[in-house]
Design a protein around this ligand. Structure first.
Ligand code: UD1
Ligand code: MG
Length: 487
């Protein structure tokens, strides 16, 4: 059997197992590490190899798994094979075969529960497999606790004999620390060997690992490559392994950003997911979560307990404590928070200020505009250098539909103003504090809608004297009644 040097590989990802050790109704491979399901990590690493096709073997949670995979990551090269009953990894691989009938070359087999594997290691592995002209290869590693993996059996000359699972080991084999990662390269011509796998005597499952021993006995070229680290190869079968993978991955990412000039005050308390990009000079305080496709610009300062999701934060932005920013853009040198909420679809202009207890939803806020306290700006378009007074509310919802508020450049909005949308405020206009604005305000004018103030002289003195005379008459009545009772 020969392998196709230089041609694109195909990838099969095994993801149909029951995952009983996870103790969860959710399919094991959909459990998340930071913000992405485990399986997506494997798909992403596979996609970076630019494969001919990716086949994911799924079980009864077929629809759920299909929905969870980002189609953009695979450019239409993905197919789903169904293994109705999880009869073992060998059986799972055979289910993928029909989707690769038109393929000749190297098939890279990955486990959906080995999420931290990198494209670099996979690329290196494929090169070694091809260089060795192997029919079957797999990645092995030295495990701290080998009992949760299949052991690699070699003869005295170091040649591979087979892989043996923990339950099938004898005492002497339990001491072996070289284990199987579950990552294989199999030439398409060698796939026929799958038919020769017999059910495991203890579990009744068809173990893919048996293909290694079968291939050796038939005189095929088999290679095992001790590459990559234990943390990269770790399999996730239990909640505690998931937590360990999460911690490992989090630390790998943080170290990467530290090496690229990002500063952290307490990196152990910060979560930054895999797709986030951070420019150098950013300073990140404790308890910060940065998720999704967020890009953080140069020299940003992110204060404690800030949560940023899918947002673009430009250079020099300061985000103060306990602020949440989702699906929005914050332009350079803007200052956000503390306790602000920037909801999806917002665009905060450069040098703008969004202060404490201000909520902005699907709104454009112009350069230098300030909304410093206690406001709600929803479906609004606010121009440059606008002052939004404390307590300003855009009343954008009439119970059925959302309406827009437009505030042009250099407008001054007094405190406690409500805009009954749709409404527009012209350039340079003023709105008096406490106003309810229901119609167009022309440029450079003053709109004021509160009732005129009246001062009633002596009112308080009169009220106090009437209260005093009322109290003394009540006291008199009580004392007369008391005397009657006593007499
Ligand atoms: C497997 C290997 C073990 C290796 C370890 C690496 C076997 C028999 N053992 O053990 O040698 O050290 O991975 O992490 O292969 N799956 C299916 N259909 C099934 C059963 C499993 O698609 O019928 C999928 C699972 O969803 C999972 C992968 O195959 O993604 C591995 O299955 P799992 O049960 O986790 O095997 P391990 O016990 O971890
Ligand atoms: Mg596993």
């Amino acid at each position: 059997m020969r392998n196709a040097i230089g041609s694109k590989p195909s990838v099969i990802i095994l993801a149909a197992g029951r995952g009983v050790r996870m103790n969860s109704i959710m399919p094991k491979v959909l459990h998340k590490i930071l913000d992405k399901p485990m399986l997506q990590y494997v798909v992403d690493s596979a996609a970076r190899l630019n494969p001919f096709r990716i086949v994911i073997v799924v079980g009864r949670h077929y629809e759920e798994i299909k929905r969870s995979i980002d189609p953009a990551s695979t450019k239409g090269r993905i197919r789903f094979a169904v293994q109705r009953e999880p009869k073992g990894t060998g059986d799972a691989l055979s289910k993928a075969g029909t989707f690769l009938k038109d393929f000749k070359g190297t098939i890279l087999v990955l486990n959906g529960d080995v999420p931290l594997i990198t494209a670099q290691t996979l690329g290196k592995f494929l090169r070694l497999h091809r260089k060795g002209k192997n029919d079957i290869s797999f990645i092995s590693f030295i495990a701290h606790d080998p009992s949760v993996y299949g052991r690699v059996l070699r003869n005295d000359s170091g040649n591979i004999l087979s892989i043996i699972e923990e339950k099938d080991t004898i005492e002497a084999q339990k001491k072996i620390t070289e284990v199987n990662s579950g990552i294989y390269a199999i030439e398409s011509d060698a796939l026929g060997l799958l038919k020769e796998i017999l059910p495991n005597t203890l579990k009744g499952e068809y173990y893919l690992t048996d293909i290694v021993g079968i291939a050796r006995k038939k005189g095929c070229n088999v290679g095992a490559y001790l590459i990559g680290s234990e943390s990269e190869m770790m399999g996730v079968n239990t909640p505690s392994e998931l937590l360990k993978a999460q911690q490992t991955f989090r630390r790998i990412l943080i170290d990467k950003w530290i090496n690229r000039g990002v500063m952290f005050l307490d990196p152990g308390s910060v979560f930054i997911s895999g797709n986030v990009k951070i420019r150098s000079g950013a300073m990140i305080y404790h308890g910060v979560y940065i998720e999704g496709k967020t890009i953080l610009g140069r020299d940003c300062i992110i204060h404690p307990n800030v949560h940023i999701i899918d947002s673009i934060i430009k250079d020099g932005v300061v985000i103060k404590d306990s602020t949440v920013i989702e699906g929005s853009t914050v332009r350079s040198k803007a200052v956000i928070g503390p306790f602000a909420h920037i909801r999806p679809g917002s665009d905060i202009g450069s040098e703008a200020k969004i202060g404490n207890f201000v909520e902005v939803k699907k709104s454009m806020i112009g350069k230098g505009t300030k909304a410093s306290h206690l406001s709600y700006l929803g479906d609004a378009s606010v121009g440059k250098d606008v002052n939004i007074g404390a307590g300003t509310i855009t009343c954008n919802y009439d119970g059925r539909e959302k309406h827009k508020t437009t505030i042009e450049d250099n407008v001054f909005i007094g405190s406690d103003t409500q805009f009954i949308a749709p409404v527009k405020i012209g350039r340079g206009a003023y709105v008096g504090a406490g106003s309810t604005i229901t119609k167009y305000v022309p440029p450079m004018s003053l709109a004021i809608s509160r009732t005129e103030q009246r001062n009633i002289k002596g009112w308080a003195a009169k009220k106090q004297s009437s209260v005093v005379s009322c109290q003394s008459s009540v006291r008199n009545k009580k004392s007369k009644a008391g005397k009657r009772k006593g007499g």
